[in-house]
Design a protein around this ligand. Structure first.
Ligand SMILES: [Zn+2]
Length: 169
């Protein structure tokens, strides 16, 4: 579970683990703005798991929400965990990442060269190009904005902090 860190002025800064967020709260560096259901118990106390925290003092820092990293997780999130060749939707390991121009032919892991693909389509395409494989894409891949990714994430999991980000971005 992730916690959204807001700067003192409520600008979204970064996502961290809720454990790290709780450490910030315990150290009085942040206060809890919103919380997940349920409590965590330590030896001496029981604490809420924060879903959004706000830093007590303003931090001059570059927001993490600059460029969206081209990671497997983000690619699948951009493509709604849907195979961009046949349209199959799947969770977990059912959907993998395919390089449109295969890596064996110099294709890079960049936003315009990677799409979510099911195993069948991934295998079928193998090290062929789109035209060689006679396959077409459902949509043209491009770099998503944070707003799009967070909207997708919010849609998928209904996490509470997504609303803070969407109004702030
Ligand atoms: Zn497929």
């Amino acid at each position: 579970m992730r916690t959204l860190v807001l700067n003192a002025g409520y600008e979204p800064m970064q996502l961290i683990s809720w454990q790290r967020a709780l450490c910030l709260v315990v150290a009085k560096k942040a206060e809890i703005v919103a919380r997940y259901d349920g409590m965590v118990r330590s030896v001496s106390a029981s604490m809420p798991r924060p879903s959004v925290v706000r830093l007590v003092r303003y931090v001059k820092a570059v927001s993490y929400f600059g460029r969206v990293r081209c990671s497997r997780k983000n690619i699948l999130l951009r493509d709604h965990h849907q195979c961009q060749y046949c349209g199959l939707r799947g969770r977990g390991s059912a959907i993998s990442v395919d390089h449109i121009i295969p890596r064996s032919r110099g294709g890079k892991t960049t936003w315009d060269n990677v799409v979510a693909a099911c195993h069948d389509c991934n295998r079928r395409k193998g090290s062929l190009t789109l035209s060689e494989a006679g396959m077409v894409l459902l949509s043209l891949p491009r770099r998503p904005s944070w707003r799009e990714l967070i909207a997708n994430l919010s849609h998928e999991s209904g996490v509470e902090w997504a609303n803070y980000l969407l109004t702030a971005l």
